[in-house]
Design a protein around this ligand. Structure first.
Ligand code: ZN
Length: 266
């Protein structure tokens, strides 16, 4: 009898805890949302200046985009190395991550608390070639001048922000497994069924719009695919339709659709 009582008590406590947690989360989100509303115009002015993708979304999706950008920015600690901080920097870095994960449920990448913004190309570890950005256990690193070139579309098919956030997303799902998105993990297997043979072909010398860097290893193939998916969707869909569709299913968003819908609405 006592065992039954203790068991019921434990179940009861667990249920109560999850209900309380749920309630607490909802309250926290509501509080954040109130604060966000007072800054929405400011966020919009910055994001709309640089994100074509954002400008093509409908109003509801734009608000989701901005609120997520606000939450992401609040959750991170930004460090500036040899570069002068401006109010727009953390917002733009957050927005690039939000663009990538807009279709997914999990977008905070909580494992990464620290984001480092460096002035330009830098040397890292024992590598001889300079880095534009990288991701490791200590944080997400981005060089500001390359980041802005990507954002302004000055480097065709390249967007270092999207590239590094692509690495970060894979990192939290597969390496640390701290913020697994069920859909993303499951669908990644299907993505790889399409992607692996293309990656192998590139390694064997086949030329595609993904470029030679995608042949470095499968991590780079993934990060480059993320960049080109958003930067050059029309050509991506034309040249590698199966990979494009697998990517759209995986990320639960389709830049071609966003582009077409915006044109229809114009
Ligand atoms: Zn990379």
């Amino acid at each position: 009898m006592e065992i039954v009582f203790i068991f019921a008590l434990i179940v009861g406590l667990i249920l109560m805890q999850s209900t309380l947690l749920d309630w607490f989360n909802k309250l926290t989100v509501r509080r954040h949302y109130q604060k966000f509303l007072s800054q929405e115009t400011f966020y919009h002015s910055i994001v709309s200046r640089y994100f074509k993708y954002y400008n093509r979304l409908n109003l509801e999706e734009q608000r989701k985009f901005l609120f997520r950008t606000y939450l992401f920015r609040k959750a991170k600690k930004f460090h500036y190395i040899e570069v002068t901080e401006t109010p727009e920097m953390p917002i733009l870095v957050s927005a690039v991550s939000v663009q990538l994960t807009l279709g997914l449920d999990k977008f905070l990448m909580n494992y990464f608390r620290d984001i480092y913004v460096l002035r330009d190309d830098y040397h890292y570890g024992f590598y001889s070639r300079p880095f534009q950005g990288h991701v490791d256990h200590s944080g997400i690193y981005l060089s500001w001048d390359n980041f802005m070139k990507g954002l302004k579309g000055q480097t065709p098919n390249c967007n270092v922000g999207l590239h590094e956030m692509g690495h970060a997303l894979a990192y939290v799902n597969f390496i640390t497994q701290t913020e697994e998105d069920k859909h993303f993990k499951k669908e990644f297997k299907n993505f790889s069924k399409v992607a692996r043979p293309i990656f192998t072909a590139i390694q064997e010398g086949t030329k595609t719009l993904l470029g030679d860097y995608a042949a470095t290893n499968y991590h780079e193939f993934w990060a480059v695919s993320v960049e080109v998916f958003f930067e050059n969707p029309v050509r991506f869909k034309h040249d590698l339709p199966e990979l494009y569709d697998a990517m759209a299913r995986l990320l639960k968003q389709d830049p071609m659709d966003v582009f077409l819908n915006a044109r229809l609405a114009a």
